[in-house]
Design a protein around this ligand. Structure first.
Ligand code: PMP
Length: 453
């Protein structure tokens, strides 16, 4: 019997009981949730104490880009722990310098200085602070369909309804509509029209807010949690041009899309656009130890050449996190994992998901690239009415819950958000695993089809 099938329900029950008693879970009504007790994980799979194994089509929270327990990364963390397990941020530490060098080598353009954080939200907070200090301007523009994290400024920049409860009116945040042809805010019918109207709308927003008051435009290069909405050709170049014209900084948030997920090192590489600041986290070290950061252009870094940057974090560039990053980035290069993600997207997931859409009326649209896909599930393909009310804030949602349950029953852990299921396995998911996932999704979509009108 393989270790993951060595069921131990008694141990699982004890883990669950302690969790229920003492762990306060994010985004949840504490009494209404029943978290699965996880016994272990390896590669693209994890398993529980009941003997069930799941193909992880969520990559945790879209962070295990090289899968669970990669031996090279585990060994690097162990080696670092034995050698120098922690050190304060104000010192030059070999593994921190090496992680920064490897990240700077991969980020586009002249984004060559790396400020380390413990995750994505802190990266966004610091990018915004840098932009405000660099420009001397107060406002920041962000898109409605977005997620940027759950700390103060990051949650306010977020467009997702999860921000509503925290909307304390963070000074200077202004939201705009970014392009999304399938549910076009601009009543557009072609990509070109959507792009042109979205840029006109942004230009007007900038004019009405006052260009000289705007420090930055913050955008996910390809919005992730909000639905994996690849912008139309020319949109990001247009945003870059508007920023340049008005002295506004472009911050691209690649916390989810970065480090291989889209089949390129960064999603910005697909569009040939270089931001002034790029935020990252998650895939930088596959999430083995918390790490995030901001990649900073030469011009912005210069602002703080002789004037101190007023910001820092106790664990910035933590040696264990940096050791995991160095090992992860080496593994990704050696095993050609970015190229593999592109290959899986082009040859297995893309065609396979489109084929599912052909057969399942509940699939309204398939969107994505690499190992970064979403199925937009609808009640009615004609009207594109979502399988849940569009502004659902997490209340019980029977059709999507039934779909998720069918996935789990089939052995696949799905990433379900509102009316979408995201297909986001590790970047090194094998062809066989990706195909196995498609087969399970096929069966689960039949359950979603029952709710089509
Ligand atoms: N930005 C984006 C694009 C994200 O997807 C996320 C997390 N899902 C964040 C920021 C926040 O990252 P963290 O949860 O590590 O703070």
């Amino acid at each position: 019997m393989t270790p993951h099938l060595a069921a131990d329900p008694k141990a699982g029950a004890a883990v669950k009981a302690a969790d229920r008693a003492h762990v306060f879970h994010s985004w949840s009504a504490q009494e209404l949730i029943d978290p699965l007790a996880v016994a272990g994980a390896e590669g693209s799979y994890f398993w529980d104490y009941e003997g069930n194994r799941y193909l992880d089509f969520t990559s945790g929270l879209v962070f295990t880009n090289i899968g669970y327990q990669h031996p090279a990364v585990v060994a690097a963390i162990q080696e670092q722990a034995g050698r120098l397990s922690t050190f304060a941020p104000a010192f030059a530490v070999d593994v921190r310098s090496e992680a920064a060098r490897l990240i700077a080598e991969r980020t586009p353009g002249d984004l060559d200085k790396i400020f380390f954080t413990n995750g994505g939200a802190e990266a966004v907070e610091n990018a915004v602070r840098m932009a405000r200090l660099h420009t001397g301007r107060p406002k920041v523009l962000s898109a409605y369909r977005s997620y940027h994290g759950s700390t103060s400024t990051a949650i306010n920049l977020t467009g997702d309804p999860r921000r509503w409860a925290s909307d304390s009116g963070n000074a200077g945040v202004v939201r705009f509509w970014a392009p999304f042809l399938y549910r076009s805010p601009f009543y557009a019918t072609t990509e070109a029209e959507e792009c042109a109207r979205a840029l006109e709308h942004l230009e007007a927003t900038i004019a009405f807010e006052g260009p000289a008051t705007i420090a930055a435009i913050v955008l996910e290069t390809i919005p992730g949690t909000a639905g994996i909405m690849t912008p139309p050709p020319g949109y990001l170049a247009g945003v870059r041009e508007l920023c340049d014209r008005h002295g506004i900084l472009l911050v691209l948030d690649e916390v989810m899309a970065g480090f291989g997920r889209t089949g390129a090192w960064f999603a910005a590489d697909h569009f040939d656009v270089v931001p002034d600041l790029l935020t990252f986290a998650k895939g930088v070290n596959s999430g083995y130890v918390p790490l995030g950061g901001v990649a900073i252009s030469a011009a912005v870094a210069d602002t703080f050449a002789t004037r101190p940057y007023p910001g820092g974090l106790t664990y910035s560039g933590h040696p264990l996190a940096c050791a995991a990053a160095v090992a992860t980035l080496r593994v990704m290069a050696e095993e050609k994992i970015v190229e593999h993600a592109a290959y899986i997207g082009e040859t297995v997931l893309g065609p396979g998901l489109r084929e599912l859409a052909d057969r399942h009326p509940s699939v309204g649209e398939v969107r994505g690239t690499g190992v970064f896909w979403a199925l937009d599930l609808v009640r009615d393909r004609e009207t594109r009415e979502p399988l849940v009310p569009y502004n659902a804030t997490g209340e019980a949602n029977a059709p999507m819950a039934a779909f998720a349950a069918a996935c789990k029953k089939g052995g696949l852990w799905p990433f379900v958000n509102m009316n979408r299921t995201h297909v986001v396995p590790p970047c090194n998911v094998t062809e066989a695993e990706a195909k196995e996932g498609l087969t399970i999704l096929d069966a689960a979509l039949s359950v979603a089809d029952e709710h089509v009108v």
